[in-house]
Write a protein that binds this ligand. Structure first.
Ligand SMILES: Nc1ncnc2c1ncn2[C@@H]1O[C@H](COP(=O)(O)OP(=O)(O)OP(=O)(O)O)[C@@H](O)[C@H]1O
Length: 270
């Protein structure tokens, strides 16, 4: 097997509790998680189980309390420079146009201005925003802002793409369009993707593999499912196929109990 793009081995993350600074809270414990080069892996799990924590560990934004993180076989030190991120929250700079936003990362990397502009224009076109480069974020729809973020991430040509519920704020139609766009772009370049979502349908429709996390505390993977649906896929159409439904049932069997536990914990904490 080739060297994984991202490998977490025995990763645990313990925080000082937000509610009681005298207490420690172990969000994830002893997590092994691998994303192969070119593989699309989704992580699903109940709310608050530690999905974003694992993504932040993979991004190098959070150092695990114990465990090892390797990127293409090398121990990760500091920020994961081979990864690009796309988060749930809006990440565009409101004072920059769409083009300016896409150019920003390239400029920060020291790319000459003219080249950065050409690259950014290319990527805006690729995500269907060719004519919108001069618009500011507030002049774009939510879906267009997400597309701009996508162009921003892809323009940097990362080997690993980390996505934390990137489309959760979108309406269902726009969301499915974006999901299909991501799959098209992914199929062309086959980057390693670690995709975090609450939405099991989305996870199955997009991925090669779905990893199910248990409810916290000390969350850990409790099931892993290979998604053997043919590609290319249309995320709306694939949901109606018998194989999708069978996979959904199998994964939901594992996930249901954890979602209920996670929900009960939230109620207790409220
Ligand atoms: N910096 C921190 N300090 C204290 N606790 C934290 C910190 N970061 C995360 N946690 C806790 O760790 C747990 C996991 O959080 P995380 O955001 O990773 O969950 P999640 O699965 O991504 O949640 P959601 O599905 O709601 O987005 C939560 O209980 C959270 O409160």
């Amino acid at each position: 097997m080739s060297t994984p793009a991202l490998q977490l081995t025995g990763v645990s993350c313990t925080f000082v509790s937000k509610d009681d600074p005298g207490q420690r809270y172990t969000a994830v414990r002893d997590v092994d998680l691998t994303v192969g080069a070119g593989e699309f892996v989704s992580v699903v799990g109940p709310t608050g189980c530690g999905k974003s924590t694992l993504l932040n560990v993979g991004a190098g934004l959070l150092q695990p309390s114990t465990g090892r993180v390797q990127v293409f076989g090398q121990d990760l030190q500091g920020i994961n420079t081979r990864a690009g991120y796309m988060f749930q929250a809006e990440s565009l700079m409101p004072w920059r146009t769409a083009l300016g936003n896409v150019m920003a990362g390239l400029e920060f990397r020291g790319m000459p201005m003219a080249e950065a502009r050409a690259q950014a224009e290319h990527w805006l076109k690729r995500v269907g925003l060719g004519g919108f480069g001069d618009r500011y974020p507030h002049q774009l729809s939510g879906g267009m802002r997400k597309r701009t973020s996508l162009a921003q991430t892809l323009a940097l040509d990362p080997d690993i793409i980390l996505m934390d519920e990137p489309f959760s704020a979108l309406d269902i139609q726009t969301r499915q369009l974006m999901e299909n766009e991501v799959l098209d772009l992914w199929a062309q370049k086959k980057k390693a993707v670690l995709f975090i979502t609450h939405d099991l349908d989305e996870a199955i429709a997009m991925s090669d593999r779905v990893v199910v996390l248990s409810a916290g505390p000390a969350s850990h993977p409790m099931g892993e499912f290979a998604v053997d649906l043919e590609r290319p896929r249309d995320v709306a159409e694939v949901r109606t196929t018998p194989r999708f439904i069978a996979l959904h049932n199998a994964i939901w069997d594992v996930l249901r109990e954890e979602v209920l536990k996670g929900y009960a914990q939230q109620l207790k904490a409220a």
